[in-house]
Design a protein around this ligand. Sequence first.
Ligand code: BTN
Length: 261
Amino acid sequence: MLTKEKLLHGLHTSTLCKKLFVFDTIDSTNACAKVLAEIDIDNGTVVIAEYQTEGRGRLGRSWNSEKGKNLLFSVIMKPQIHRSLVGLLPLYAALSVAQGIREMLNIEVECKWPNDILIHSKKCCGILLESSLKVETLKYAIIGIGINVNQERFDAHLAQKATSLKREIQRSVDRVALFQHIVQCLDRNYAYVHEGNFGIIVDQWLQHAPMIGKEITILHEHGSSTGIADGINAQGGLIVRCPDGVKTFYAGEVSIRYEKG
Ligand code: BTN
């Protein structure tokens, strides 16, 4: 069972996890984090739960996770950055999760724009960013992270698309140690976020993103577009070379299909 004592034991950070709320069951850690952010809780506060009754995913989907097997947590972040940079926060989070998994388990993980982590082309982590803006700057962002750690079975409709760390490495993973590795990476990379210096984050994210340079299909509200993923722009948008010109897509609107190949 995850406890505050275990999660904080030996953890040394500058910004992250100075306040930590641990729940057995909650509706959604993102929903809880949002309430805390509204009452002006500290930057870097984390909410974690063993189980969510109303876990939220991207694009209005739900996020279901077996109790006591996975990591479900949300980080409240309040960097004073321009609103145009908010779309880069999912890349910061995905990079940090990828680095944490690699550092602890020494396995290859793949970042898929905007904010998924894949192993062997199957999703093991999803990230949901929810933000509140002042006029020109970010008021706060909630970075919700769901990692399939030790879950072995997935609903039939997810079986081909989802995986867990345990399924991929054939052994159980210590969730406390993994949480601490990821929090350390979030904390280390936060220095760049705080400065609004996302160049380093994007460069490192690109090193984990084999989809760049590949043919992809983007599903959006007007249908779909196919082209070559070319890079990330200064706002975190995905630049795609399509037959009818270069287009940029933003995370709120689309989902992506591609073959690793
Ligand atoms: C996705 O659709 O891929 C994003 C899933 C994000 C799930 C996490 S679990 C912790 C946090 N709380 C939520 O309700 N959602 C995020």
